[in-house]
Ligand binder design. Structure first.
Ligand SMILES: Cc1cc2nc3c(=O)[nH]c(=O)nc-3n(C[C@H](O)[C@H](O)[C@H](O)COP(=O)(O)OP(=O)(O)OC[C@H]3O[C@@H](n4cnc5c(N)ncnc54)[C@H](O)[C@@H]3O)c2cc1C
Length: 497
């Protein structure tokens, strides 16, 4: 398909559908019409409460005011994730969105840190980690030393985006799709609804979630299964009442016998979930383990979600692009699904606005880029598992000994042998993030780079102590997260960033 098109039909009204619609209605308003078809009977998945900092760029690009967004979605600020019990039971560390400072690069820092044998975690050298540990939050200044993300109610986010997209000209059809019309060459021409209505389009964005209505069911694009690496395949989700004043400015991910549990604080409630591998733990036992962890009375019945980790072989086939869960799913350990959605939309928008022919070459570029992004994030998630010292259940014995993807094995080897944090193109996570996990999992190189050890010991020690003291002093003056949030939520319009 190399011709221009005017009618874009988005199938599905979850986060993926409305993020796509609002981006198109904002960026390509003059050139395309956007129609979203969603079924209220089927509903949306509605989990996905923790995000990655790139969500802020998305919100800014489509012109969302932060305070208005936080109010509409019961949102809170997220500095990162606290990982409990991943190395051993009782251990914990943070992965935040900030760096560790440098003597001459982060490798130098860890080398010095190791050599000084400071009796404190590397996280003390990272501003957002110390902020998270103390429960504080401020917006980063212009010299941003850290990034931040949000926790929010995913159902409210989709509703908020829907209003915005419709104000900008997108239209919405409510109804269940029961059939799909195609041309002889395979391209989709229309979707047919249960009540007989027909929605025609030139281009279709499949945001139908795990149903994968167009790319999976209609076009039968094969699924690339990652479950031999990421064996989790189910989750219990259950929100509970929020207790007390404090709202942690971070997600907590606690490793359990057959998976891990999330804790995500919103303004009005706390989201809890248990992501588990049904090969290694009984579904009912997983439910009980979740209920035992709630830190307040449940406000809904626990919901069971089933999934398979992996992605479609191609993400764009004929005139159909899949965005969101219809394209694939990596488990939610690093809150990357909305990031992948946003990334897919961004690359699609670039192609559409450049006016480049939407031919085989464009499709191949898009598909290869999508596959690489999934692989990079898969590797980063796997790193959290494979470095564990836990051997106390089948899951942990399995992940500690499973063969790794070559791309990850190579990165681990380079780090272990030479202290090099290798970066690939299109990495979702930068070297600081990789360093945070290696350090948190007490995985240090076997030798130090001889060049780095030339930094005199006293100078290195002084630099580390100076940075640690400056961070501690800065955090001392910061407000607690819930106070900062209250301030932003009650500020007059136009005052928030
Ligand atoms: C356990 C779990 C935890 C997660 N946690 C996070 C997280 O912390 N952070 C994060 O970024 N992501 C997370 N995710 C992923 C996140 O939930 C999704 O990426 C996000 O909700 C987008 O979903 P979606 O829009 O692709 O699909 P959905 O929300 O499922 O929307 C699908 C849409 O398609 C429509 N539809 C389907 N079939 C038809 C039909 N026949 N006719 C008409 N309409 C139809 C539905 O009505 C719905 O509107 C998590 C996922 C799971 C499973």
């Amino acid at each position: 398909m190399s011709q221009k098109f005017q009618r874009i039909v988005v199938i599905g009204g979850g986060s993926a559908g409305w993020m796509s619609a609002v981006a198109l209605a904002t960026g390509l308003k003059e050139r395309v019409s956007v129609e979203v078809v969603e079924s209220e009977d089927i509903g949306i998945l509605g989990v996905g409460e923790a995000t990655f900092p790139s969500i802020r760029n998305f919100n800014q690009l489509i012109g969302i005011d932060e305070a208005e967004f936080l109010r509409a979605t019961h949102g809170t600020y997220k500095l990162g994730i606290r990982f409990c019990d991943w190395l051993d039971v009782g251990s914990d560390y943070f992965h935040t969105f900030g760096h560790f400072g440098t003597l001459s690069g982060s490798q130098a820092l860890w080398a010095q840190h190791r050599r000084m044998a400071l009796a404190e975690p590397l996280g003390m050298q990272c501003l957002p980690t110390v902020m998270a540990m103390r429960g504080c939050f401020v917006l980063p200044g212009d010299q941003a030393e850290f990034k931040y993300a949000y926790h929010f109610d995913a159902v409210q986010y989709a509703a908020f985006l829907r209003q915005l997209a419709m104000r900008r000209g997108a239209s919405r059809t409510q109804g269940r799709i029961v059939d799909v019309a195609r041309r002889a060459d395979g391209a989709v021409t229309a979707v047919l609804l249960e009540d007989g209505r027909r929605i025609d389009g030139d281009f279709f964005i499949d945001c139908s979630g795990f149903h994968a209505l167009l790319l999976g069911r209609t076009l039968a694009e094969p699924f690339v299964d990652f479950s031999h690496w990421l064996p989790v395949d189910g989750a219990w989700a259950c929100p509970c009442e929020r207790r007390g004043d404090g709202i942690t400015p971070y997600t907590t991910a606690t490793a359990l016998e057959g998976g891990w549990a999330w804790r995500i604080p919103l303004q009005n409630r706390t989201g809890h979930g248990h992501v588990f591998a049904s090969r290694f733990i009984d579904v009912e036992r997983a439910r009980e383990q979740l209920l035992a962890r709630l830190d307040g009375p449940a406000v809904a019945e626990p919901r069971l979600l089933r999934f398979k980790t992996g992605h479609r072989e191609r993400f764009w086939v004929h005139n159909v692009v899949a965005i969101g869960l219809s394209a694939g799913f990596l488990e939610p350990l690093e809150s990357t699904s909305l990031y992948l959605i946003q990334d897919g939309i961004g690359r699609l928008m670039t192609l559409l606005s450049e006016g480049r022919p939407l031919d085989d070459e464009a499709r191949t570029d898009f598909n290869e880029g999508s596959v690489r992004r999934f692989a990079r994030i898969r590797d980063f998630i796997l790193l959290h598992y494979c470095l564990t010292r836990r051997r106390d259940s089948e899951l942990w014995r399995h992940v500690a000994s499973m063969p790794l993807p070559e791309t990850l094995a190579f990165r681990i080897e380079l780090w272990r042998r030479y202290g090099v944090l290798h970066e690939y193109d299109e990495d979702g996570f930068d070297a600081s993030s990789w360093l945070a996990i290696h350090a948190g999992m007490a995985h240090w190189p076997e030798r130090e780079d001889p060049v780095l050890t030339e930094v005199p010991r006293q100078r290195a020690l002084a630099a580390l102590q100076c940075r640690r003291d400056a961070i501690a002093a800065a955090v001392e003056r910061m407000p607690e997260h819930h106070r900062m949030l209250h301030h932003v939520l009650t500020a007059r319009p136009g005052r928030s960033r």
